[in-house]
Write a protein that binds this ligand. Structure first.
Ligand code: NAX
Length: 331
């Protein structure tokens, strides 16, 4: 039998946490034959609720779940973890300045970086979900210098999946037949959902999305804004932000990273930028990646037209500004 993999979920008493932990315990993240131990972290005001989640996990009698730790102590939560999913953070409340929210998250991610660096298992893979996701991941990277930069990523897979969903609805095709959309840049409204290399599997083979949609105005307009604004649309409808789709995307992100992407398919991940595609280097930027043997590689050589170039630059500028704002919170 396989040794259990220890998975940390921070903010586990929250909305996404509540959707995510049962998925992990059912094998959705790491495979149906992979036992898991869940380490759940939240803050003291949520301790009782967190304990309630632990009770439900026990009650669900998941065969793959070999243990549950529910704690408000970051060191205890981080100890021995192989995968860390960082969902906990400080939410933006009405009337709060951007800088104040950034400052709260910078201090959270700075201290959790140290806890992970000192106590996680070697080669721990980190996924930051909490917003501002790219910049929280960058702070985590900066304050955990012994964790390789390639092990620290942020979630843009939800945006990627939203783009697949929009194309599938538009063409009335199965979402599993659509692939290779790209989310470039920041997990924010400046993200650029790009369909220029996306394809659909049809009875007569793989066809470019642009050729099938035959509506460039929609692809360059409403499609992009719908994906960019989808989070706000969910809040408007549900009076709560996306949770099941975010949890599912977090599982997709880790599963593909650990188990690999299918041949000929790429996915979007926020990763430490090396300046590929002239994106700013030294920020966490979302790129198309393939994964093999537990490592991601940025897909190279894709053509970027003038329209796309502007959008890649715009979201890059925003990430550079966010990085500066985060650093200004440190001093
Ligand atoms: P909730 O407010 O329901 O849950 C957040 C939880 O984090 C709470 O239980 C809170 O007590 C806990 N928490 C706060 N500070 C903590 C700390 N220092 N250590 C541990 N836990 C802490 O929010 P939820 O809807 O679950 O969303 C969580 C985060 O995901 C938010 O930052 C949200 O903006 C972000 N999202 C990111 C997405 C992405 O695609 N990257 C999409 C969904 C979501 O909006």
């Amino acid at each position: 039998a396989k040794e259990p993999v220890r998975v940390l979920v921070t903010g586990a008493a929250g909305q996404i946490g509540y959707a995510l932990v049962p998925m992990i315990a059912r094998g959705v993240m790491l495979g149906a034959d992979q036992p898991v131990i869940l380490n759940m972290l939240d803050i003291p005001p949520a301790a009782e609720a967190l304990n309630g989640v632990k009770m439900e996990l026990v009650d669900a009698a998941f065969p793959l779940l070999k243990g549950v730790v529910a704690t408000t102590d970051a060191v205890e939560a981080c100890t021995g973890v192989n995968v860390a999913v960082m969902v906990g953070g400080f939410p933006r409340k009405e009337g709060m300045e951007r800088k104040d929210v950034m400052s709260k998250n910078v201090s959270i991610y700075k201290s959790q970086a140290s806890a992970l660096e000192q106590h996680a298992a070697p080669n721990c893979k980190v996924l930051v979900v909490a917003n501002p996701a790219n910049t929280n991941a960058l702070i985590l990277k900066e304050f955990a210098p012994s964790i390789p930069a390639k092990n620290i990523t942020c979630l843009t897979r939800l945006d990627h999946n939203r783009a697949l969903g929009q194309i599938s609805e538009k063409l009335n095709v199965q979402v599993s037949d659509v692939k290779n959309v790209i989310i470039w840049g920041n997990h924010s409204s400046t993200q650029y959902p790009d369909v220029n290399h996306a394809t659909v599997m049809t009875p007569s083979g793989e066809k470019p999305v642009r050729e099938l949609v035959k509506d460039d105005a929609w692809l360059n307009g409403e499609f992009i804004t719908t994906v960019q604004q989808r989070g706000a649309a969910i809040i408007k409808a549900r009076k709560l932000s996306s949770a099941l789709s975010a949890a599912s995307a977090a599982c997709d992100h880790i599963r593909d990273w650990v188990l690999g992407t299918p041949e000929g398919t790429w996915v979007s991940m926020g990763v430490y930028s090396d300046g590929s595609y002239n994106a700013p280097a030294g920020v966490i930027y979302s790129f198309p990646v393939t994964c093999k043997n537990g490592e991601w590689t940025i897909v190279q050589g894709l053509a970027i037209d003038e329209f796309s170039r502007k959008k890649l630059d715009l979201t890059g500028v925003e990430l550079t500004e966010e990085k500066e704002l985060a650093y200004s919170c440190l001093s």
